[in-house]
Design a binder for this molecule. Structure first.
Ligand code: ADP
Ligand code: TZD
Length: 575
């Protein structure tokens, strides 16, 4: 009697393909047709982090991609069909916008029923819908193609400019069987998923020539530089050149914010004054006022300020997107920066002291003013006094991950809380999207093993608040601090009609958010003073217990839209 050949199936081939490529964690939410897949993932030794809403699982996967993408490992989010898939799409689109590698994997209904629109359970043409929102989208119909599908998805996500990828897995795929040996042989371990992309020597020389002639040079580090994990070389470039630098939000900490060359506290001075600006992994989008206009010393809101730009980026088509790029340097940041370092030689002249001295003067004045504000301890707390506490805690725990969203809660945290290590600050990114908070916090804890501090506006928190249960369930060392000022931006708006409903930006006053955490066994803290906030945060970090601190902030503090009030169309006609 001959024994039947060993078989494998779609479930196992898919999980084996992930594992083969170093993907050990899946963020997702079970249901038809992927319930068994989530169970088997766990059984096969993957970490399956199960969320309460796919939006948060998607955000978790996207920030895992930010943290690990340079090592060739994208974040993975797994959802059910139609509604679950749609719930994951904001994160997929956000990942693509931010250049983070994430693969959204969704189960889908039967192709022949979907394509004839015969009304299957959760019927939707998911592939077509995902396509415009991501870098690439693939569907696998046959078990023997799983290896290729996963390999293509990984390569598309992490190579070149990273981004979101959609992978469609129809229900019928999972139970398909094939010979186990052939199945194993069909899997692909992606070789060199993040190939180096060397810059052209003549481009390097062009950059150095421009930089050499500069009287007032400036370096801007963006989150692409943080993503690339070329920390030592980026730091060496800044220090060897002696050029002042500005870190974009998520680039904070590549060099410690206390570095003497940081011009962050003199931002509004250096942008219009600089003559040559080198962008490293930063785009001239709205966050940099498109490289022109008054921020840059232009005469009006669209006028060029006269700066020459060097741009280091992996994407050639990023160049000239907003203003002329005089010296594009296309390649991966690690290779570009090391080529620049080599080209600078050993006697590179530092920038003129007139420039660095003028910056230091502005900077010290502003830091002095800020120190005075931070030293005040008003009752109730305001953003500054509460953030003075957070600032101390982060300084004492530079390994901790800091997640941050809100409007004022975002802007003030970014400018007040110094970061000391790369890829510790995780925030709303290019879109300024609310809802990333708890998803990012979960992934930050899972991926790093470090304590996580999430500084959340009360509105921002609401978008993902139910995931405090997830934080408790996995017993993650997350300390959520809600800056509770009773509403979106502030809690003081009035209903213009005089009716009984509160204004659209106002919430229930004095909400007891800390009880949410207590409901699931975590620690809830009500903090009305800076002393209570400090005690709560210190204890959370010490104990590593899931903690939610409801920090009561003056409801009149803060401004509409935080720092971007100017982007908010307000009625020109007042009744
Ligand atoms: P920020 O918001 O911090 O200014 P952006 O997201 O606007 O940063 O810009 C990041 C840039 O970094 C993108 O243009 C992207 O193409 C680029 N980038 C991402 N990863 C790399 C890499 N490994 N090498 C070079 N450039 C990269
Ligand atoms: N929805 C989504 C998905 N993203 C957004 N950015 C917004 C809505 C609009 N929005 C902001 O841009 S900030 C913000 C909203 C709703 C919340 C601000 O209130 P907050 O923070 O309580 O979180 P502050 O500290 O009180 O300003």
């Amino acid at each position: 009697m001959t024994s039947a050949p060993a078989l494998t199936d779609g479930f196992h081939l898919f999980l084996d393909a992930l594992k083969l490529n170093g993907i050990n964690t899946i963020y997702g939410l079970p249901g038809i047709p992927i319930t068994d897949l989530t169970r088997m993932a766990q059984a096969e030794g993957l970490r399956m982090i199960s969320f309460r809403h796919e939006a948060n699982a998607g955000n978790a996967a996207s920030i895992a991609g930010f943290l690990n993408g340079a090592k060739g490992v994208p974040g993975v989010c797994l959802t059910v069909s139609a509604p679950g898939f749609l719930n994951g799409l904001v994160a997929l689109a956000n990942a693509t916008t931010n250049c983070w590698p994430m693969i959204l994997i969704s189960g889908s209904s039967e192709r022949e029923i979907v394509d004839l629109q015969q009304g299957d359970y959760e019927e939707m043409d998911q592939l077509a819908i995902a396509k415009p929102l991501c870098k690439a989208a693939f569907r696998v119909l046959h078990a023997e193609d799983i290896g290729v599908g996963v390999a293509r998805a990984i390569r598309a996500a992490v190579s070149g400019r990273p981004g979101g990828v959609y992978l469609d897995l129809p229900a019928k795929l999972f139970a398909q069987t094939m010979d186990a040996a052939e199945g194993k042989n069909s899997l692909i371990k992606v070789v060199d998923p993040v190939p180096r992309q060397l810059p052209a020597p003549e481009s390097v020389q062009r950059d150095l020539n421009l930089l050499k002639g500069a009287k007032k040079p400036l370096i801007i580090l963006g989150k692409g530089a943080a993503y690339a994990q070329a920390d030592a070389d980026v730091r060496a470039l800044v220090e060897k050149s002696g050029i002042p630098y500005l870190p974009m939000s998520m680039a904070k900490g590549i060099l410690p914010d206390t570095h003497e060359q940081s011009a962050a506290a003199a931002r509004s001075f250096v942008l219009p004054e600089a003559d040559v600006v080198m962008l490293i992994g930063a785009r001239l989008n709205w966050l940099l006022s498109h490289g022109k206009g008054k921020t840059w010393g232009g005469k009006d809101h669209k006028a060029w300020g006269g700066q020459k730009f060097i741009q280091v980026d992996i994407s050639p088509t990023e160049m000239d997107s907003n203003v002329r790029i005089d010296a594009p340097l296309v390649g991966d940041i690690g290779s570009c920066v090391s080529a620049l370092l080599a080209g600078m030689g050993n006697n590179w002249a530092k920038p003129p002291v007139e420039w660095t001295g003028a910056i230091a003067e502005r900077k010290n004045k502003n830091i002095g003013k800020m120190a005075e504000t931070l030293a005040k301890d008003p009752a109730p707390m305001n953003f500054h006094s509460a953030l003075n506490v957070v600032r101390d805690i982060v300084k004492a725990h530079p390994d901790a991950m800091l997640v941050n969203e809100g409007a004022n809660a975002l802007d003030f945290t970014r400018s007040i809380v110094d970061m000391y290590q790369p890829r510790k600050r995780l925030d709303v990114g290019t879109w300024g999207v609310m809802g990333i908070g708890m998803g990012f916090a979960v992934a930050a804890a899972v991926e790093s093993g470090q304590p996580v501090i999430a500084i959340e506006g009360d509105s921002a928190f609401g978008f993902s608040g139910m995931e405090v249960e997830t934080i408790c369930r996995y017993n993650l060392p997350v300390c959520v601090v809600i800056f509770n000022n009773n509403g979106v931006y502030r809690g003081t708006d009035k209903n213009l009609s005089g009716g009984a409903d509160v204004a659209p930006t106002v919430f229930v006053k004095d909400s007891r958010y800390e009880k949410l955490m207590e409901a699931f066994g975590g620690v809830g803290v009500y903090a009305a003073t800076t002393a209570e906030l400090r005690r709560g945060m210190e204890e959370a970090i010490r104990s590593r217990k899931p903690t939610l601190i409801n920090a009561i902030i003056d409801e009149t503090a803060g401004t509409e839209s935080g720092r971007i009030t100017s982007l908010n169309p307000a009625a020109a006609l007042k009744k």
